[in-house]
Ligand binder design. Structure first.
Ligand code: NAI
Length: 410
């Protein structure tokens, strides 16, 4: 399949689905893309097919599923923005094989999660939720018993990445002592102390908060043995992934009063849609705070996501840069002044680069710069050359066997 997509910006049709934050449309317009269409919801399949026939850029969130079959109809589409963290809703291989680069915003909600963790830490240490529940039921639990300040307490952070390190800064600002454990060497923020052993961290913390990804190492990372290493009356917070903590074991230690409380935002089985029934072994335990995976769900995060994803889509459309693409070879490209820039996306097989450069050699077009990267069977080469007309090179480039897509950007 070979196509040319070298269009003026105002002709690039951008369709944003699922009520993506309005900052996205403004950011596109600020970058010179005026043909932006907004839809408040996901589209029914027939309408989505129709959109895919003509859109060049598609923005979606988690409810729009793009299968290989749907993508095969997207003849003009050259990039997809997932305005969320996950990208499972898109068949990434199929998109890559059509030369469609897919982007997302993995860290735009870091601050939202970190703030919630601090809030939960205070709520747990003060026993606010059971007291609030009692007040709703007409009971007046005015007591300082078991209610503690967080100042001077020890917070143990497991996973010291984007979120864990933000939590560290905020917790220290509130006077907490911070320990952390990570499998990678990490530079401590402030006075935080790195502990090589998870067991030591669990045994030394008043509150333990998890900020690890879902990997073979973290899946089932916290079972009864680990929970048993925690201090008597300590608190556990998990806003990371539902697979990390064994909730049956956590429920039994909370019921026994061995742990003081827990706040859990992520679950092994989460309802697919609003209104679907949610079940967890932590239900009906007064010391457990349960939230419906909203750690990163704030208006600010939505706006950050909009700006971050649009930045990536525009960098790809304007310059061919694929930094942060989840299914594409990564090239970090800046605008080059006085030249033409040509993109060639191809199946990763021997000899293609030689044939690409031969096209320019035969036409005596001077190549000023050339970058190649490959990934998952895809090859991506970007050439900066002396000024050329698209008709001078694109037909020859497209005739190279294994070519998926070519574009001339300027
Ligand atoms: P990140 O990738 O920046 O940091 C993860 C850290 O965990 C890295 O430093 C990594 O080295 C470390 N790590 C990996 N395996 C480990 C192990 N076995 N033991 C100790 N450390 C380990 O990720 P980020 O952005 O900080 O996100 C953390 C988690 O939060 C992710 O699971 C993410 O899915 C989740 N998340 C949840 C949200 C919510 O709404 N509840 C929103 C955003 C993220």
């Amino acid at each position: 399949m070979k196509r040319q997509l070298s269009l003026p910006k105002e002709k690039i049709r951008i369709v944003l689905l699922e009520g993506i934050h309005e900052a996205a449309a403004s950011a596109f317009e600020a970058a010179g893309y005026s043909n932006v269409e907004l839809h408040p919801k996901a589209l029914p399949e027939a309408e989505l097919r129709e959109v895919l026939r003509t859109a060049h850029v598609l923005g979606l969130r988690s409810r729009t599923r793009l299968s290989a079959d749907l993508l095969s109809k997207a003849r003009k589409l050259f990039t997809i923005g997932c305005f969320c963290i996950g990208t499972d809703q898109v068949d990434l291989d199929a998109a890559g094989q059509q030369g469609i680069a897919v982007f997302h915003a993995p860290h735009s909600n870091t601050r939202s999660v970190a703030e919630l963790v601090l809030g939960l830490t205070i709520m747990l240490c003060r026993g606010i939720f059971p007291k609030s529940q009692a007040a709703h039921e007409g009971d007046w639990h005015k007591s300082a018993k078991g209610s503690r300040e967080i100042r001077g307490k020890t917070l143990g952070i497991v996973g010291y990445g984007h979120i864990g390190s933000q939590v560290s800064v905020l917790a220290e600002a509130l006077g907490m002592r911070v320990l952390f454990h990570d499998i990678e060497p990490k530079l401590p923020m402030g006075n935080a102390l790195s502990l090589p052993s998870l067991s030591d961290l669990l045994a030394s913390s008043d509150v333990v908060s998890f900020h690890v990804p879902d990997t073979v190492l973290t899946h089932g990372m916290v079972v009864i043995q680990e929970l048993g290493r925690m201090r008597e009356g300590a608190f556990l917070i998990n806003t990371s992934r539902g697979s990390v903590v064994d909730l049956e074991a956590l429920a039994s230690l909370l019921k026994e009063g061995r742990l003081g409380g827990a706040a859990v935002d992520v679950f092994p089985r989460e309802p697919m849609a609003m209104g679907d029934r949610f079940e967890s072994p932590l239900q009906d335990i007064p010391t457990a705070i349960l939230t419906p995976h909203i750690g990163g769900s704030t208006q600010e995060a939505q706006e950050n996501i909009a700006n971050e994803v649009v930045h990536r889509l525009v960098s790809f459309s304007d310059e061919g840069s694929t930094v942060g693409a989840v299914n594409f070879p990564e090239l970090n490209l800046q605008a080059h002044g006085d030249c033409s820039r040509i993109l060639h996306i191809h199946e990763n097989r021997p000899g293609i680069l030689r044939q690409v450069t031969r096209v320019f050699g035969e036409k005596e077009i001077n190549i000023l710069g050339e970058q190649l990267q490959t990934r998952n069977g895809l090859g991506y080469v970007v050439l900066d050359t002396e000024h050329v007309e698209r008709t001078a090179v694109l037909p020859a480039l497209e005739s190279i066997e294994g070519t998926i897509r070519t574009r001339i950007l300027y």
